[in-house]
Design a protein around this ligand. Structure first.
Ligand SMILES: Nc1ncnc2c1ncn2[C@@H]1O[C@H](COP(=O)(O)OP(=O)(O)OP(=O)(O)O)[C@@H](O)[C@H]1O
Length: 504
């Protein structure tokens, strides 16, 4: 009959104790017998015991250093093995962001995990007093007189390679994923003090997700796939010898969702965002310093890059000589603002070095996002493929995009006005921002009285039914308002410019 893992561990300890006893036998016992038995015992144990075990202590060899593997196991067991445990404990940490207690395994509670056909037994072993050595008074977290808590995992010998090479790395990987998902993301922006540039950060929780972005469905799916593939592509980038970075150019009229898209990217990837304001940077050296101060796993954004390009064009026209030189070596000077005119310059080559040159290889897992309302005004040097890997056009709101907005804002997928709205959206260029503004429920005055009357009439009726009716009325109101506005916009766009002038 097979013995349980616990019994084997107990048996092992007993045999080890027995071995120790033998090794301490008095001199008069036959030396040879003592030697044979004390060396046979461990061999017998390892021969008959089919299980092996690994201990993961809370503190490492240096007592003050917490063992991150212990934290990784705690997080992993919390997310995978709690259901089967009967002894749990609950804690409310000082830094808990909400009122949910943190539930974890209690000491000595055993749980079983399955991985690729292998069974793995886990147990949290409490602190225990060390048996030997002098008493040491310690103020460090891992008291030297105590054996720290440890997770002990036991598994069958034949799974040793699987546990060491695949299972434990997967525990660490899952821990990192949980850390990334729970980490407070930050939004950085740069400022200048006494000629030097610094980053300042605030907590960043963008509300946008890809679900709520109204755009062509296939295009959206492609972007999500591209971003996810980028995040997983560490090995690929090192194999082909390229810096692990990606450039996105988001272009389209104002109000088509470029900034919203950046928030959705940050949410999807769990990255911080660096919003780089070029106008407050003195010169290329400062730009480089700022860049070196950014962290990995981040999105670096330069918004409205075309505004800078306007200055660039002006500067080019300023002198033929400068223009020729600029065209030859891309030393195109971006005069950022009047106040910076005399003291320094950020050049296009400086910017390109930051995105694509020597400096871009410092750091990894970085995404550059440039946004512009006028893609045609950008210097081709900046937008060429390889520098900006993907050009994403954010366009006016058509029917598909409208349906996504109606779903997000009004929670409806059908309505009698959808047909008319679809037709109008094909004829009128209107932005998702304008449409979203029409769909915002703000308890419009026109329907308020009617809705209140209805609620009065239904007094005593089921609350959810009343709310549904109320929402429906509000949605009718929003959509009617949208149709009205689209018709106005259509008439306006149909009016010849001369008529416009006359009206004015
Ligand atoms: N494609 C979209 N999907 C969902 N909501 C959108 C979309 N476009 C715009 N919006 C809504 O309009 C608001 C303004 O959009 P956003 O600031 O992202 O546009 P933008 O293209 O960055 O504009 P700008 O060029 O002026 O900076 C957003 O808060 C969002 O609510």
């Amino acid at each position: 009959m097979a013995l349980s893992v616990e019994k084997w561990v107990g048996f092992g300890s007993a045999m080890a104790g027995f071995g120790l006893l033998w090794s301490r036998m008095p001199e008069h016992v036959h030396d040879e017998a003592r030697y044979i038995i004390s060396s046979l015992v461990p061999m017998l144990i390892s021969y008959f015991n089919p299980y092996e075990q690994i201990s993961i202590f809370e503190y490492g060899e240096e007592r003050f250093r917490r063992n991150k593997m212990f934290d990784a196991v705690s997080t992993y067991l919390r997310s995978t093995c709690l259901d089967a445990a009967s002894k749990l404990k609950a804690e409310l940490g000082n830094r808990s962001r909400d009122d949910d207690p943190l539930i974890s395994l209690d000491e000595n509670q055993e749980v079983v995990d399955n991985f690729d056909g292998a069974r793995i037994w886990w147990r949290l072993i409490p602190k225990s007093a060390k048996q030997r050595g002098p008493t040491v008074i310690s103020f460090l977290p891992g008291d030297s007189n105590e054996q720290p808590r440890c997770y002990r995992l036991a598994f069958h010998k034949r799974h040793r390679k699987l546990v060491l090479d695949s299972y434990l790395p997967s525990v660490v990987r899952q821990w990192r994923e949980v850390l990334t998902a729970n980490r407070q993301r930050l939004l950085f922006t740069n400022y200048s003090r006494e000629g030097k540039s610094y980053w300042i950060d605030v907590p960043y929780n963008p509300p946008a997700t890809f679900n709520m972005i109204a755009m062509d469905h296939d295009k959206k799916a492609e972007i999500i796939e591209d971003l996810t593939a980028f995040r997983e592509a560490k090995e690929y980038h090192s194999k082909v010898g390229k810096a692990w970075k990606r450039g996105y150019l988001l272009h389209g009229p104002p109000g088509t969702g470029k900034s919203t898209m950046i928030g959705a990217m940050a949410n999807l990837l769990g990255y911080d965002v660096y919003d780089l304001d070029l106008t407050s940077i003195k010169d290329n050296a400062e730009l480089r310093k700022l860049f070196l101060d950014t962290t990995d796993r981040s999105i670096i954004v330069i918004e409205d890059i075309d505004a800078i390009e306007v200055e660039l064009t002006t500067n080019r026209k300023g002198g033929k000589e400068a223009s020729e030189e600029n065209n030859n070596n891309h030393q195109l000077v971006i005069e950022l603002s009047d106040k910076n005119k005399d003291c320094g310059k950020v050049t296009l080559s400086g910017l390109l070095g930051f995105v694509d040159g020597l400096w871009s290889a410092c750091g990894s897992e970085r995404i550059f996002v440039f946004t512009t309302n006028h893609v045609d005004r950008l210097d081709p040097a900046l937008t060429r493929r390889g520098r900006m890997d993907r050009h994403i056009e954010m366009s006016y709101c058509r029917f598909d995009a409208f349906k996504m907005l109606a779903k997000s804002y009004l929670d409806i997928t059908e309505h009698s006005l959808f047909g008319e709205i679809g037709q109008l959206l094909n004829e009128v260029d209107t932005t998702p921002a304008d449409v979203a503004d029409n769909l915002m429920l703000r308890g419009s005055k026109r329907n308020c009285g009617e809705i209140d009357r209805l609620l009065d009439e239904m007094n005593g009726g089921p609350v959810d039914l009343m709310l549904r009716v109320k929402r429906r009325r509000e949605a009718d109101d929003c959509l009617a308002g949208l149709v009205e506005n689209l018709k106005k916009a259509k008439m306006k766009s149909a009016t010849p410019p001369m008529e416009d002038a006359k009206e004015e």
